[in-house]
Design a protein around this ligand. Sequence first.
Ligand code: JFZ
Length: 475
Amino acid sequence: MKFTQCVAIAVLFAAATPLSNAQTPAAPQHPIPSIQDTETTAQKDARMAWWRVARFGMFIHWGLYSVPAGTWDGKQIPSLGEWIMNNASIPVADYKVLAAQFNPTGFSAHDIVALAKSAGMKYIVITAKHHDGFAMFDSKANPFNIVAATPFHRDPLRELADEAHKQGIKLGFYYSQDQDWTAPGASAILRQNHDPVTHHWDKAQDGDFDTYLHTKAIPQIKELLTNYGDFPAVLWFDTPTANMTPARAAEIVALVNQHPNLIWNNRLGGGYKGDTETPEQTIPAQGFPGEDWESCMTINDTWGFKSYDTNFKSTETLLRNLIDIASKGGNYLLNIGPDSHGVVPVSEVERLQAMGKWLAVNGEAIYGTQPTLFGAEAGAFSATEKDRRGNPLWVPAWSWRSTTSANKIYIEIFNWPTGAFHLDKLPRKVTGAYLLADSTHTPLKLTQTGGILDVQLPAKPLDPIATVLVLETTK
Ligand code: JFZ
């Protein structure tokens, strides 16, 4: 699609959307306005509604890199499994040989969607193409893909889309729009020094970026946006470099503008903010007040499967992370890395199912809730110590968190107090209290004087990881 046609569509799009001046933020100078530049707050609220209620999603990093699984030429390659081609400077031709060895007959879209459902996850985002340039879908635009280049000849994105429909979960696609280590001209950054300037380690990677953009990236993004029914619900871009100029990013925006319900993140580049902040492997001290944000995290230390990475976080850590993130108004995109057979590591399955058990009882305190009305419970900035960026060091506290709904305040207690749970500076009148995991919701004895509240608790918590105390409130 020629740039001129994009402009035409943008103008059309802009013309189509009723602008109510009062509510529309000033549009940064984008070559092509994105939906964020033109939609009203009410329109954004409607578009983001399901995502804001969801709170918990599954990230899936799966691709050719699951074949070497962290080892190359008999050597364990440090850092992320999905970066093995870059970290081991594997020549393009040698890496492409892996496709013939990739036949994940253990892959079951039904089981993976069922796992996400059983974990209490409301959406899935899978790597359609990661930095290595291998497409995990049936791409007519480029033959280096799972249908044309492997003995598997099946499209896992098609199968996931069908299952996601059947089982009622949203499906999104991750697409590495800028980095592509097997496409001539595309970007490649050296991970360890984070400088977004291209470093090619193989002549076969040299070429023209616009050629890559127009012959691979844009045609494939078009395929992903049009070949999977009303999916994707989310498009997850990543690692933009200086190559993703505003003009080049605008060409991609012209495509996503044709899918007005699509939610896309802040990693397109070219000055486009997208819809969601995406802190990685961290939970921001106080979230991103007023912003939609999503913390993405690995269960062990790699996104893509590594056969010897067994440093799996505990279910307690993962659940308390989810609760911490929800209490700060964010979403948790928790990753799984299937192996080269398409099978999810059992340690990841067990932890996700355990999280699902807790959410089956306590989900009311997470899904569709608002952030805490308190805040100090999450921790404080140190008056003396600095973090590695020289900012005051955040010292988290892990006794309890809180989430909110119209007429309830939820207290997720991690560290069970003896006797009573005490709160002061309570912003609402409490009319009743009970434990969410107590199916009888037996009323708990409470005393409230002004903003000070004490709730008599049983001797033992109902759940060692987090027991939810529900405070019924009136404004
Ligand atoms: C990127 C990818 O490189 C990685 O392979 C994985 O897909 C992850 C979800 O995203 O990694 C990043 C990207 C950006 C930052 C850090 C890691 N960053 O901005 O700090």
